[in-house]
Design a protein around this ligand. Structure first.
Ligand code: PMP
Length: 404
């Protein structure tokens, strides 16, 4: 097993003894990230792209250095293709409202999947209603993988945009985005990837991923809340209208009209998340120092151990692909006759923190035939100890609820 246990000392919150198994909702932050933000706020903070004074110029340099760091981390040759947003949700809405409203006509097709987080579904529903485009969904196979056969059948001329999760936050399923992108491009569609889980847990290389847009959040990858990224291929970004107007996104403004600043600034109206950009930069440095390959392998090893140990817990049903190939570190479960919230409450009594509920994926819950699941998700600071605590807590829950 990849041993990353020594990293735990970098995460102050873990000193409390919590078995933190909810990183898919939001990850914990290592000391170097907290310290970088604190240092910047104490010594170098000012608004960016606005001041002629040295402090503002230095802050602008730090903000733009963060953009270059993100570009480098995701394999984007051009840092201008990196737009800072509030998070994945804003990034996806930016594509839906900035690209979708601008480019979709009545009868055009939007192809998405039944396993999307609401953030990659609801904006497309809104855009379909406004434009008259038709929303269609790719189903899952019995093994909770994306059904590539049906996807191929649905990928017909008229599909203009494909919106797909890079890794399901409920099932851990990782679809073959390069293959989906080739099929989509063959019919002239653009591809947007909700990479909220994929980037933190597997990393992406946009030069080989094949998609046109990639959205992710800093807070799920050891960085702070309040900042996220929309990467777009330059020609795809050029097809997009700004979704918000305001300061710093214009080239010129008259009383009746405005022209836009160059990309990416036209998509960053208002004061951006400056301290947060510095934190994201530090988070990427941290992830890179460990290595995304190692992190993915560690998540997978913990998932394999969890699937094996959980399979012995009486009454427990695991939802997700049976094997660990192309699967991230997420395990969703239900227990016969027991509500997921009750499971989470009992687990909490043993200091095990898991998420319970519909995970912002209500249509997927319906596909699985449940209303809610309890979800354990793993990250670089988790160990087999956390899994043992999870299994013990679930056994205790089973005893309390008389499950056998
Ligand atoms: N998509 C997926 C797959 C997610 O897991 C999440 C976060 N739960 C989001 C989108 C939304 O991310 P955020 O809340 O950071 O905007």
């Amino acid at each position: 097993m990849t041993d990353l246990a020594h990293l735990r000392a970098d995460f102050p919150i873990l000193d409390s003894g919590v078995h933190f198994l909810d990183s898919s909702a939001s990850s914990q932050k290592p000391a170097p990230v907290l310290e970088a933000m604190d240092r910047f706020a104490r010594t170098s903070y000012a608004n960016v792209h606005r001041g002629a004074y040295r402090l503002s110029l230095a802050a602008t340099d730090a903000y733009e250095a963060a953009r270059r760091r993100v570009a480098d981390f995701i394999g984007a040759a051009n840092p201008s293709e990196v737009v800072f947003t509030r998070g994945t949700t804003t990034s996806l809405n930016m594509v839906a409202f900035g690209w979708g409203i601008e480019n979709l006509l009545p009868g055009d097709r939007i192809l998405t999947t039944v396993m999307e987080h609401h953030a990659n579904l609801v904006p497309w529903q809104m855009v379909a209603k406004r434009t008259g485009a038709v929303l269609d969904h790719v189903p899952l196979t019995d093994d909770c993988r994306l059904d590539m056969r049906v996807l191929g059948e649905k990928m017909v001329p008229g599909v203009r945009i494909v919106a797909v999760s890079g890794m399901s936050n409920v099932l851990g399923t990782i679809p073959d985005v390069p293959a989906i992108s080739s099929l989509a491009h063959a019919v002239g569609a653009r591809v947007v990837v909700d990479a909220a889980q994929l980037v933190p847990h597997a990393g992406v290389d946009v030069s080989t991923l094949g998609s046109d847009f990639v959205a992710f959040s800093s807070h799920k990858m050891l960085g702070p809340t309040g900042i996220g990224v929309l990467w777009g291929r330059m020609e795809a970004l050029e097809e997009m209208e700004p979704f918000e107007g305001g300061g710093e996104m214009i080239s010129d403004v008259t009383l009746h009209d405005a022209t836009w600043a160059p990309i990416p600034h036209r998509f960053e109206a208002g004061t951006p998340p400056i301290i947060e950009a510095v934190g994201l930069h530090a988070a990427i440095d941290y992830l890179d120092s460990v290595g995304m390959d190692k992190i993915y392998a560690h998540d997978q090893e913990l998932t394999a151990v969890a699937l094996e140990r959980l399979s012995d817990v009486p009454g427990l049903v695991l939802h997700g692909p049976a094997g660990i190939e192309a699967r991230g570190g997420v395990v969703s479960m239900t227990m016969e006759g027991t509500h997921a919230h009750d499971l989470a409450t009992i687990l909490d009594e043993g200091d095990v923190a898991v998420r319970s509920g519909h995970h912002c994926a209500k249509p997927l819950m319906r596909e699985l035939g449940v209303t809610a699941t309890a979800r354990a998700s793993f990250y670089l600071y988790n160990t087999e100890d956390d899994i043992d605590a999870l299994v013990a807590g679930l056994r205790r829950a089973g005893e309390i609820f008389g499950v056998r």
